[in-house]
Design a protein around this ligand. Sequence first.
Ligand SMILES: [Zn+2]
Length: 258
Amino acid sequence: MPKHNITDFNGIIMYRKDYQERDLLVKILTREFGKKMFFVRGAKKRGFKLTADILPFTYGKYIGDIKSEGLSYINSSKSTEQFKNISNDIFKNAYVTYIMSLIDFAFPDSEVLTSWYEPFFTGMKLVDQGLDAAVIANIFEVQLLPVFGVQPELRGCVICGQTNPPLDYSESYGGLLCEKHYHLDPRRMHLDQRTVYYLRQFSVLDLKSLHSINVKSETKKHLRHFLDQIYDDTVGVHPKSKRFIDQMNEWEGPQTSI
Ligand SMILES: [Zn+2]
């Protein structure tokens, strides 16, 4: 018999999926139990009492039956709020959805993600407040690399530890090289120093201390290009939400600024 565990929990709605005619499956990142899939019976019926509590980009306190395996259940909510600006803006929406899918890929369900819950919440809050969503996504992409088994050395040169610019990234060495050691990798990435600077910042950044973002669109393109290459070559994760972002950037043309 599966054990019942009716309890309070904090959660962020990750995504929803239709399930039969009237029901929904809702994936929630909980602070206490990690990612969990909830079966919400009657969720699509008119006048359903939890309709607002399970909208996309909603977070708050819920009460539910948490199963160690299989589907969990939401009984009621205590206080929930929606990030309205994310919900109403196709760009913010796309980038936050992408960050969510990376987190979904990166961790198995039910693994407690205490150290990711707050940063993820903070990241959403910053996007909702109007900080650059593309850059916030870059920060998560960089910080999630070790979770995907890629631990790029961004502190300094992988050979000698030198931290002064100029530095460049080498895929074959899995990290930065200083000018003295450039010759070791003829296929180094030839990154500009501004891009290297941001990558190093992002890898150690505490989102809570972030109050503004002002990255030039040129540099944003370079960051996007670098991270696409690393994700293609070494991570191998390609969420559908990322393809949508790529399309969006094509519509926007080369002057993309968000
Ligand atoms: Zn060196």
